[in-house]
Design a protein around this ligand. Structure first.
Ligand SMILES: [Mg+2]
Length: 255
């Protein structure tokens, strides 16, 4: 069964955040440590986190449709500070300087908390011994480069495609076409491994690639409603070629 599905795979591309490393976990830890160290006036940590999440849900959907997108692509700090500014405004504080301090603290705390999921390096080394590998990751150029360096991933990948450097990201079909050109592989010879149905699995399927969907119970962003569940598959949408709960299962699929 697996041989039929993955037997023709030559190159393997991975998503980064919450596929190889726990970005949401790091963001949650970073935010909590930030608001514990620098409390918002009159607000406990839990309340501060809820205000930040509400500001995020309001601000984030507008970024791609506004002048913020160009700034966001280049550097994480500008939008991070704007989000803190809006969080402070929600609690009646108009204080851009404090917003920048909070944003810097959060950036540093998140960076310190970011880690690969257990077994990730072993899996990448083993897959990499048999297949050329690439990364396709969304996010600001500086933040993504820093993550990749901090996690020691740079030498493992032949191709590293970052939204912030390209000016477009998943689910834009251009990034999948670029990966095909760079790897010299036909669509059906490429496997994409990612945690998001909407940003990873669906656009890779649409490009004609094989797909593995990594689904973990912890995959809920800090901006989500406290009762939110991990991203599901829209009704009637096609299944990924395989679903796994741990990256190590990939070795069995590709064996
Ligand atoms: Mg991801």
């Amino acid at each position: 069964m697996e041989i039929e599905r993955f037997g023709r795979v030559r190159a393997v591309f991975f998503d980064l955040d919450d596929t190889l490393c726990g970005y949401w976990d790091a963001a949650k830890t970073g935010l909590r440590r930030t608001f514990e160290a620098m409390p918002l006036p009159g607000l406990g940590t839990e309340q501060a986190l809820l205000e930040w999440a509400a500001a995020f849900r309001e601000f984030c959907p507008t970024i791609k449709r506004s002048d913020w997108y160009a700034l966001y692509l280049e550097k994480g700090r500008t939008t991070r500070a704007e989000l803190m500014r809006r969080t402070l405004l929600r609690v009646g504080l108009d204080d851009p300087a404090r917003a920048e301090e909070l944003a810097d603290r959060y950036g540093a705390e998140r960076r310190a908390a970011l880690a690969l999921f257990p077994g990730t390096l072993d899996v990448l080394r083993e897959v990499g011994a048999r297949h050329p590998m690439g990364l396709i990751t969304n996010g600001p150029a500086d933040v993504q480069r820093e993550e990749i360096r901090d996690l020691g991933l740079e030498p493992l990948f032949q191709w590293i495609l970052i939204e912030g450097e390209l000016g477009y990201g998943k689910p834009d079909p251009r990034v999948f076409r670029l990966a095909e050109r760079l790897s010299g592989c036909a669509p059906e010879e490429i496997l994409f491994v990612g945690n998001s149905y909407r940003h990873d699995v669906r656009p890779a399927q649409a490009a004609g690639w094989r797909t593995v969907w990594v689904r973990r119970p912890s995959d809920v962003p800090p901006s989500a409603d406290p009762s939110a569940k991990p991203e599901g598959k829209p009704e009637g949408a096609p299944d990924a070629d395989a679903e796994i709960g741990d990256l190590r299962e990939l070795l069995t699929l590709l064996a």
